[in-house]
Design a protein around this ligand. Structure first.
Ligand code: CP
Ligand code: NVA
Length: 305
């Protein structure tokens, strides 16, 4: 049985198989076909943080496939000490077919996966956001018809989203550059892990966004302060002031470059309205694709159970 706690749980071939499933189900959905592959199946969602895209795209995907979803917060699940984590995982998985989780701690998701009798999917932790990165690969593949050798430039924080995109790039032969202010780059331990697993990766870092986007196929950004970092938002706003993705920065990139954002966006901070709503933006294609990717992932996981 497979889990998706991080993209590192997958092989590159498995990753492509999930994208292919998503592409196939998206084409069907476009024709009005919602194959009822999983009537009566239950998706349990355990979320410690808010979510529009992840929670609802997961639930919609399961409903489209014929199943349904139940939703639990930290307190409802008893994660506040009401009972032990292994007991929660064993009980919840005994009446669910898939568990999705959104937590602060990455370790918590891995611990639930260890004790669960059904597949566990990471729907974002402080360290990883694998479903977002898989979705972004799907969106890039739709846009450019390939992944190999594309150059994805992430202007912003070395956070959960950029780390997962760096792993996704290493797994698919893409070039990835993180342009971050000093002190907000990837942790050396993350780079070490990536190099251990994918020694030939083309993941680099710099502190100059204009230089970084020069030969970008896609320019990506995310919020400067992630969920849980609200108290640090003012310091981050100052540190990231020169890292806003605006018209001037997009003009330093090739005209063919696309703009990407996982959303939610703080318009006027990390990105301006004209870029978000401009011709180069594919942010709403990304958001829609969360649902198609979720379907592809569910089908792949349940077929491999
Ligand atoms: N991109 C993303 O994960 O959005 P939500 O936080 O709304 O789920
Ligand atoms: N880095 C952001 C992503 C939100 C989808 C956060 O963790 O809040």
């Amino acid at each position: 049985m497979k889990h998706l706690t991080s993209l590192l749980d997958l092989t590159p071939d498995e990753l492509v198989a999930i994208l292919d499933r998503a592409t196939e189900l998206k084409a069907k959905f476009r024709k009005g076909d919602r194959p009822q592959l999983y009537p009566g199946r239950v998706l349990a969602q355990l979320f410690e943080k808010p979510s529009l895209r992840t929670r609802n795209s997961f639930e919609a995907a399961m409903i489209h496939l014929g199943g349904s979803g139940i939703f639990l917060t930290t307190a409802e699940a008893g994660l506040n000490g009401r009972e032990s984590l292994p007991d929660i995982a064993r009980v919840l998985s005994s009446f669910s077919d898939i568990i999705t989780m959104r937590t602060f701690s990455q370790r918590l998701i891995e611990d639930v996966a260890r004790h669960s009798s059904c597949p566990v999917i990471n729907g974002l932790s402080d360290e990883r956001h694998p479903c977002q990165a898989l979705t972004d690969l799907l969106t890039l593949r739709e846009t450019f018809d390939r992944l190999q050798d594309l150059h994805l430039v992430f202007v912003g924080d070395g956070n959960n989203v950029s780390m997962s995109l760096a792993i996704a790039s290493a797994m698919t032969g893409m070039k990835f550059t993180l342009a971050a202010p000093h002190g907000f780059e990837f942790d050396p331990s993350f780079m070490k892990l990536l190099t251990q697993r994918y020694p030939r990766h083309k993941v680099g870092q710099c502190n100059n966004p204009r230089e970084a986007v020069k030969n970008a196929d896609a320019v990506y950004t995310d919020v400067w302060a992630s969920m849980g970092q609200e108290d640090d938002a003012d310091r981050r706003k100052k540190a990231f002031a020169d890292f806003q993705v605006n018209e001037s920065l997009m003009q330093a990139a090739p005209k063919s470059a696309r703009f990407m954002h996982d959303l939610p966006a703080k318009r006027g901070l990390e990105v301006t309205d004209d870029v978000m709503d401009g011709d180069q933006s594919i942010v709403f294609q990304q958001a829609e694709n969360r649902m198609h990717l979720a379907k592809g992932l569910f089908v792949w996981l349940l077929e491999n159970k």
